[in-house]
Design a binder for this molecule. Structure first.
Ligand SMILES: C[S@@+](CC[C@H](N)C(=O)[O-])C[C@H]1O[C@@H](n2cnc3c(N)ncnc32)[C@H](O)[C@@H]1O
Length: 257
């Protein structure tokens, strides 16, 4: 799905607005995590997509690297970094392949943002991912996860997400996302992409993938089993308190011992 969607991703996300909200929280969470005086904090974005978070963090003085399962995404991330004159290592790798790609204890911080971890559909797969997250972090390193608040999505049966529109010249894109609530407890995540040139009708394309709507009570024990400690929850990327009934997100920070 994401190889296909990668070409539209930077149209779908309003990066100026999103980074404007998220960067202060991320920079606050990352600051002071350098092991050695003077060395920049080393940050890996484990589902980097088109690289926009790690590019912004590199420009803010952190030492960034990115990985993503989708070769389409990592290729766009490289191009976006090159456009900004930045040399950031990007690897095409799944969550459980990060140590193989970058080595053990290579980072002070690991980010997994934008509801990426729920793409892992099994407990075994999730544990392998979290164990690899731990191994690629140094002792005392920090994990930051950003997922949707699936407690609320499930309780309210929130099927539809707000549509996003992008216009450039005579071209218009509309992205509309919705979930199917599958009988096995997983979700099918659908993205309808409408494209119009010169307002001459819409070309329509639908892509879908499955998600595990991970809740806090499912995730916390797996984080502990993978060896993480000091687990903290927030409800959004401004550091708001997590409320299962109200919060838009489940943000988790945790440490390696
Ligand atoms: C919704 S995008 C989020 C991208 C970016 N982190 C953001 O916040 O906008 C989800 C990303 O997760 C990646 N992904 C899905 N499953 C993955 C896996 N098992 N390992 C690594 N990346 C994965 C996809 O390729 C995609 O780039």
């Amino acid at each position: 799905m994401y190889d296909q969607f990668s070409r539209d991703y930077d149209r779908f996300v309003n990066w100026d607005a999103r980074l404007g909200v998220e960067m202060p929280f991320l920079v606050g969470q990352l600051s002071g995590l350098s092991e050695k005086d003077g060395r920049p904090v080393r940050v890996l974005d484990a589902a980097c997509g088109t690289g926009q978070h790690i590019i912004a963090l590199t420009e803010a003085g952190f030492r960034g690297a990115g990985a993503d399962l989708s070769a389409g995404m990592t290729s766009l991330a490289r191009a976006n970094a090159a456009d900004r004159g930045l040399d950031i290592p990007f690897r095409t790798a799944a969550f459980h392949e990060l140590t193989a790609a970058f080595g053990k204890a290579a980072f002070d911080v690991l980010l997994c943002l934008g509801n990426s971890l729920p793409h892992v559909l099994t407990r075994k797969g999730l544990l392998a991912a979290l164990r690899d997250f731990r191994a690629v972090l140094r002792p005392g390193g920090k994990l930051i996860l950003q997922n949707r608040n699936f407690d609320r999505v499930l309780a309210e049966h929130q099927r539809w997400m707000a549509p996003q529109t992008y216009r450039k010249g005579r071209d218009t894109w509309v992205f509309h996302r919705f979930y199917d609530f599958d009988p096995d407890g997983r979700l099918t995540f659908n993205i309808v992409r409408l494209y119009s040139h010169d307002e001459a009708g819409f070309d329509q394309r639908v892509t879908s993938t499955r998600l595990w709507p991970l809740t806090r009570v499912e995730l916390d024990p797996l984080l502990k089993k993978a060896g993480f400690v000091d687990i903290i929850h927030f409800g959004d990327m401004t550091g708001g308190v997590f409320d299962p009934e109200e919060s838009p997100n489940l943000i988790i920070t945790a440490r390696t011992p």
